[in-house]
Design a protein around this ligand. Sequence first.
Ligand code: NAD
Ligand code: ZN
Length: 253
Amino acid sequence: MERDDDRKVARFAELVGRARSGVAFTGAGISTGSGIPDFRSPGGLWSRNRPIDFADFVRSAEMRREAWRRKFAIDDATRGAAPNAAHRAVARLAANGALAAVVTQNIDGLHGASGVPEDRLIELHGNGTYAACLDCEERHELEDLRAAFDATGDPPRCRRCGGVVKSATISFGQAMPVKAMARAQEAAEQADLFLVLGSSLVVYPAAALPVAAKRAGATLVIANREPTELDPFADLVLRGDLVELLAPFADRS
Ligand code: NAD
Ligand code: ZN
């Protein structure tokens, strides 16, 4: 991948330097540097497994068994994944006041692990580090579910109400969390700078946020390894690896 020219990198630094209500909007691309595959890059999760729709998960015990099998396999493959320099840069910008919010499509919990405070973190697609009952919302720990699944092969049921238990993430076909979407929309509309970091911008409604932000007056920057459909609409497009692009803003650690 070619390096972005110096002029663009300088403009990026200047925009970040004067941001006061910025929003970082992140996708799977910010976590590939931590060893977690994205969906749409060659060899990504998408090319290996078509995602299971929410309706199929609810309807079929067989689908739930398959979903849990994949979930535990991915957890095994990504165990020990830690925030990378790009996550650390975002956390630092949230701490020094440049970013008012970090809105993520990721479910890996790495923004929280890198120190973004909860009141500035909006996880639009939930969090895959625990599970919840779809009926009574009782929280279930993965460790316990895993032990039972390995022993019986049966997809988990809620210990409290017997309902269907699902990883606390939003699947295709599942309604978006109303509160998180409202917080994200508000942050986008109040943003002076909106940074898209590592998202193919094809998953809606989340991908509508950059458009909302720009229409409300934000400067829109898209930093991604591959082109996105919104590139022509952006004020600045940076093409490259996020770990490199954001390294100047990260603490050295
Ligand atoms: P995506 O897979 O559709 O797109 C990721 C984008 O990041 C791609 O355009 C790719 O070119 C770019 N990219 C990959 N590595 C990069 C790097 N090191 N530097 C710069 N760019 C890089 O991801 P998405 O838009 O986030 O949508 C996928 C959906 O899948 C999301 O809704 C998310 O919930 C889920 N998902 C989450 C994770 C995770 O939590 N880490 C991983 C895979 C998928
Ligand atoms: Zn329950």
